[in-house]
Design a protein around this ligand. Structure first.
Ligand code: SF4
Ligand code: SF4
Length: 182
């Protein structure tokens, strides 16, 4: 029988009515994940994006979720205040059908990591920077079955192989390791 263990579940509750589309969350997220940290900011590298419809005063923050190698078969259609949104508009996936939640230079998938850092932050930065309380951080403990999840580096490699093929990725690694040694 699979072992059960306690897991800390971190949630950010999004109150769409309180969001005014200021995009401070995008700015701080991209700055936090810049290399080196805070060396720049570019919302295209953020793990949260705000879908904006200023004329209707509609702003919907969406968090980057899992990487997926293939487009999904079904789509969701959202109609808010009479405006019909793009079918993939509010999806969290980093998927081949669009550029959202992909690192602009490398094309590598972006995923919200809840601002993982050492020492751990009291609250994720997008929550701290949202002055309108549209993002509310919550924690709870749940009992779950132990499962092995792929590391971020594995997900990144998988996306490269999906995009360029295994042979090309292996060749590039061989070249890079030669130049590093040399
Ligand atoms: S910081 Fe808050 S109010 Fe501003 S865009 Fe992000 S979620 Fe909306
Ligand atoms: S929790 Fe951290 S990593 Fe996730 S979107 Fe907010 S700032 Fe970015």
């Amino acid at each position: 029988m699979a072992e059960r263990k306690k897991k800390l579940v971190k949630t950010i509750k999004v109150d769409v009515d309180k969001c005014n589309g200021c995009r401070a969350c995008e700015v701080i997220c991209s700055a936090f994940h810049a290399a080196p940290k805070y060396s720049g900011n570019n919302p295209a590298r953020s793990r949260i994006r705000v879908i904006r419809e200023p004329l209707k005063d509609i702003y919907v923050p969406v968090y980057a979720g899992e990487y997926t190698a293939a487009e999904c078969m079904g789509r969701d259609k959202y109609v808010i205040d009479g405006k019909e949104y793009d079918e993939c508009g509010f999806c969290r996936a980093s998927c081949p059908s669009r550029d959202l939640f992909k690192e602009p230079d490398s094309g590598l998938p972006l995923k919200c990591d809840m601002c993982e850092s050492d020492p751990t932050l009291e609250k994720p930065l997008c929550v701290q920077w949202c002055l309108n309380d549209a993002l509310v951080y919550e924690e709870r403990e749940e009992e779950v079955e132990e499962e092995e999840k792929p590391e971020d580096v594995e997900i990144g490699l998988e996306s490269l192989v999906d995009k360029y093929g295994l042979e090309k990725v292996m060749d590039s690694f061989a070249r890079m390791s030669k130049s590093k040694k040399g």
